[in-house]
Design a protein around this ligand. Structure first.
Ligand SMILES: [Zn+2]
Length: 493
């Protein structure tokens, strides 16, 4: 079972990985090629590359050729050396020849090292009058340029335009047979090497010029000056400038103007690049196109990485924000919970306090009631008991006092006997009678004392006891009172 799951996951991984690869491959193929870029953008990319690389058009595999060519032309700027070597300008013309791969392009480079394919012909040509044929793009701009010159009162005569490769062959062969191959090569291109074979070149002169092209001194005319100044605006360049014979392979030809399109003509003018070989070697060779494509891919990759990083950062920030919000929310919830707990607890405490207060009130009421109830009963009971005890004590005391009196009666007799006589008012006086007897008289306050009189009689007088009786009686009464009080207090509590 585990094995099956593992296998399934492995297969799933492989499928996802393959899908990712294929997507990447498709994206890679999507990169802009040279043909899809505007020339301005393409050149701007190379300028960007030049920011970090002094010679973007330097190719390591050509290093030795750059060195050799620089030795041949010590005064030539190194970037021009590189550019010219890149277009095989260090190779002897007609000895080392490449067939161009883009013969239909307006920017095609043709010279003694590059030729058109055998029997190649332009797809379309426009007759601009007198049987002169040029490519439609060139025809349109040539017409505009001539109109602009007419506005400046300058006429321009077309002398030569498109030639077939076959006609070029005849031209060259005739020149070669009359002047010799070497001399013919200096001014006439071999078949397939001439820009006139592309339909993009025109030879022009001023009106009234007669004779051979080189004898017309076109370079001294206002027309030539105007063209040097303005032709780039119409996509034309002077293809074989003065002083560039070593590079172009041809003598100075002020009459030969090549249409390469407005963007490249303008770029050359703005960058001060006179030789098309120089420009082509710097910017348009296949190696540079590949470099630019690589550069674009790299920039895209960096941009994607930056985007991914930004996305990741944004996601991270979002996650952090979410986490912070969650934490704050949790904290708020916790706070709310604690507050609720506190509120509930406070409420509970308040309720409890209230309940306790009520309970206390009820309890106190109940207790008061109970206590009162108990007290009343207990007090009554103990009072009764106390009274009974007191009564018992008093009874006993009475018996004792009677007993005492009985002793007195027995002792105090004149004749040796004593008489206890009760008076009418209820008092009793124990008095010794003449006959020697004693009378016990009871005092009004209830106390009695037995006192001996001068006449030898005894009087029962009051003594300072609550009961007015004997000390023993007093103690007994006092004890009874204490017991009573104790009972009463217990009952009260
Ligand atoms: Zn020409």
């Amino acid at each position: 079972m585990i094995k099956k799951v593992f296998c399934f996951l492995l297969i799933l991984n492989i499928v996802i990985f393959s899908f990712t690869l294929s997507v990447n491959a498709v994206q890679g193929a999507d990169t802009c090629a040279f043909e899809e870029l505007e020339l301005e953008d393409y050149l701007a990319i190379i300028d960007d590359m030049a920011e970090t690389e002094e010679y973007p058009h330097f190719f390591a595999e050509n290093a030795d050729r750059y060195k050799d060519f620089q030795e041949r032309y010590p005064d030539m700027p190194f970037e021009t050396v590189i550019a010219l070597v890149n277009v095989n300008n260090d190779m002897e013309g007609y000895r080392y020849v490449d067939i161009v791969t883009e013969p239909d392009e307006l920017y095609v480079l043709l010279n003694k090292n590059f030729m058109l394919p055998q029997d190649w012909e332009p797809e379309e040509l426009t007759n601009i009058g007198h049987g002169f044929l040029v490519r439609p793009e060139a025809a349109e701009q040539l017409e505009k340029m001539r109109a602009a010159m007419r506005d400046d009162n300058l006429n321009l005569v077309i002398v030569s335009t498109y030639r077939t490769i076959a006609r070029q062959r005849n031209l060259f062969n005739n020149a070669a047979s009359s002047r010799g191959v070497r001399r013919a090569e200096r001014s006439i291109a071999r078949p397939g090497h001439s820009e006139h074979n592309t339909g993009l070149a025109v030879d022009v002169l001023h009106r009234g010029a007669t004779g051979s092209l080189s004898s017309m001194r076109f370079e001294g005319t206002s027309q030539f000056s105007w063209l040097v100044e303005n032709a780039h605006e119409f996509g034309f360049i002077l293809r074989y400038p003065q002083g560039y014979t070593e590079i172009s392979g041809y003598i100075f030809e002020p009459w030969h103007w090549r249409f390469i399109g407005i963007p490249i003509a303008t770029a050359m003018k703005n960058r001060g690049i006179v030789s098309y070989e120089d420009f082509y070697g710097r910017y348009l060779v296949q190696g540079m196109r590949d470099k630019v494509n690589e550069y674009i891919k790299e920039q895209q990759r960096l941009a994607e990485e930056a985007e991914a990083a930004a996305l990741e950062a944004a996601e991270l920030e979002a996650a952090e924000t979410a986490a912070r919000l969650a934490a704050e929310e949790a904290a708020e919830a916790e706070l709310a919970r604690i507050e609720t707990v506190i509120r509930i607890a406070s409420q509970a405490a308040a309720d409890e306090a209230l309940a306790r207060t009520r309970l206390d009130a009820v309890g106190r009421e109940a207790m008061v009631h109970d206590t009162t109830y108990i007290n009343i009963h207990f007090t009554v009971m103990l009072s009764v008991l106390g009274l009974l005890a007191t009564a018992a004590i008093l009874y006993i005391a009475n018996v004792k006092s009677i007993g005492l009196l009985s002793v007195l009666r027995q002792v105090r007799q004149g004749d040796g006997s004593s008489v206890l006589r009760r008076q009418r008012d209820g008092s009793s006086v124990l008095r010794r009678q003449r006959d020697g007897s004693f009378v016990l008289r009871r005092q009004r306050d209830g106390s009695s004392v037995l006192r001996r009189q001068r006449d030898g009689s005894f009087v029962l007088c009051r003594i300072n006891t609550p009961f007015g009786t004997s000390f023993r009686q007093y103690l007994q009464a006092k004890l009874a009172f204490i017991i009573f009080k104790r009972f009463f207090r217990v009952a009260q509590n």
